[in-house]
Design a protein around this ligand. Structure first.
Ligand code: NDP
Length: 337
């Protein structure tokens, strides 16, 4: 059973060499009386929150155990089940191990995939899984968006950002996104239909850039990066702006996080900033599927994935999130069936 192991807790930027791919033996059989499942892992999801789990700290998800396989969201096939609601051959998405086969002792967090639609199975790591729910909850549940509003999305070409921008466009908002390369900026404008986009790495003055793209100010800022970007956005918000605080990836590898300035604008402009964790909203998953499936079927929503082949490519794919190597949702294929 091939596995990705974290060698030890990480400080600063994670490196590929912080993990190793090894093999161990696993009896492909559930322990007697188990209520869990034995699964074959097909697709693994690389997500920025996994960086937090590489450190020893108290957070909303547990730290990884060094010397054990890391875990994360994935799509898996059930080989044996001790849960009467799941049977051999069923496909599920949820937390699993970064390994070829896993024994999952609990099934509560697993979602059964009703794979009747002709969508790629890997979509359940992205648009139809946790990142899709994150975009939906952050934008619709937290922002109460309205047609015609000015929406800004950072890390806009990523797993979450590309969807937020497209949701906002479908609603009739004016949408600008930022990303870290020309290729990504082109994708935002040409494939995802953003009204405009810019490369934040080429803007020496983010405040000036935002004033150029939003001369009237920003109604909704979907926060994915934090740091300097948030400081600049706060100088450009309109009255009653909403800022769903989804992530702050620019801060995850810093020993000492950057300060947030300009918070007085939250009062002056009566801004609502609200942090959220998608895990608290999974009761909305059926509603979300009903919402998004028609748009996928009718081709109203595009989804770009960055596919890394094989478990061996997992460590590089995962740490690549923090240098912007991924173009779109980063997926690792362990097996296609
Ligand atoms: P992405 O697919 O967008 O991948 C991460 C991207 O972040 C990179 O490709 C890179 O793109 C960008 N990035 C990396 N470092 C920096 C930096 N220092 N400054 C600015 N941008 C940077 O990831 P996701 O879409 O999966 O996640 C986006 C955000 O949403 C993250 O902050 C994540 O933690 C958060 N999140 C929060 C959830 C919640 O429940 N609250 C759930 C899921 C995600 P580029 O080339 O553009 O720099």
């Amino acid at each position: 059973n091939k596995q990705v192991i974290l060698k030890d807790y990480v400080r600063g930027y994670p490196k590929e060499s912080d993990m190793i791919v090894t093999s161990s033996t696993l009896k492909l059989k559930l322990p007697e009386g188990s209520k869990g499942v034995l699964v074959k892992n097909l697709y693994l999801s690389c997500d920025p929150y996994m960086r937090g789990r590489m450190s020893y700290r108290d957070s909303y998800v547990d730290s990884f155990n060094p010397a054990s396989p890391i875990s994360g969201y994935g799509v898996s096939k059930v080989l044996e089940s001790g849960d009467p609601n799941l049977k051999e051959g069923d496909l599920v998405w949820g937390m699993t191990g970064w390994e070829e086969y896993s024994i999952l002792n609990a099934t509560q967090g697993l979602f059964k995939i009703h794979h009747s639609d002709h969508v790629p199975l890997s979509y359940y790591t992205g648009i139809l899984g946790m990142p899709g729910m994150t975009a939906y909850v952050g934008f619709y549940e937290l922002c109460s968006p309205k047609k015609g509003e000015y929406v800004y999305v950072s890390a806009a070409s990523g797993a979450v950002g590309q969807l937020v921008g497209q949701f906002a466009k479908l609603l009739g908002c004016y949408v600008v996104g930022s990303a870290g390369s020309k290729e990504k900026v082109d994708l935002l404008k040409d494939k995802f239909g953003f009204d405009d986009a810019f490369n934040y790495k080429e803007e020496p003055d983010l405040d000036a850039a935002l004033k150029r793209y939003f001369p009237e100010g920003i109604d909704i800022y979907f926060e994915n990066v934090g740091g300097k970007m948030l400081n600049a956005v706060l100088l450009n918000v309109r009255n009653h702006a909403r800022i769903p605080v989804c992530g702050m990836i620019s801060q995850y590898n810093l020993e000492k996080p950057e300060g947030v300035h300009n918070l007085v604008q939250v009062i002056v402009r009566q801004v609502r900033m609200e942090g959220f964790v998608v895990g608290d909203y999974y009761h909305l998953y059926p509603k979300f599927l009903e919402f998004i499936m028609p748009d996928i079927r009718q081709g109203n929503i595009e989804y770009v994935e960055d596919i890394a082949e094989g478990l061996e490519s997992g460590p590089a794919a995962l740490v690549g999130l923090f240098s912007g190597r991924n173009v779109g949702k980063q997926v690792v294929v362990v097996s296609r069936d």
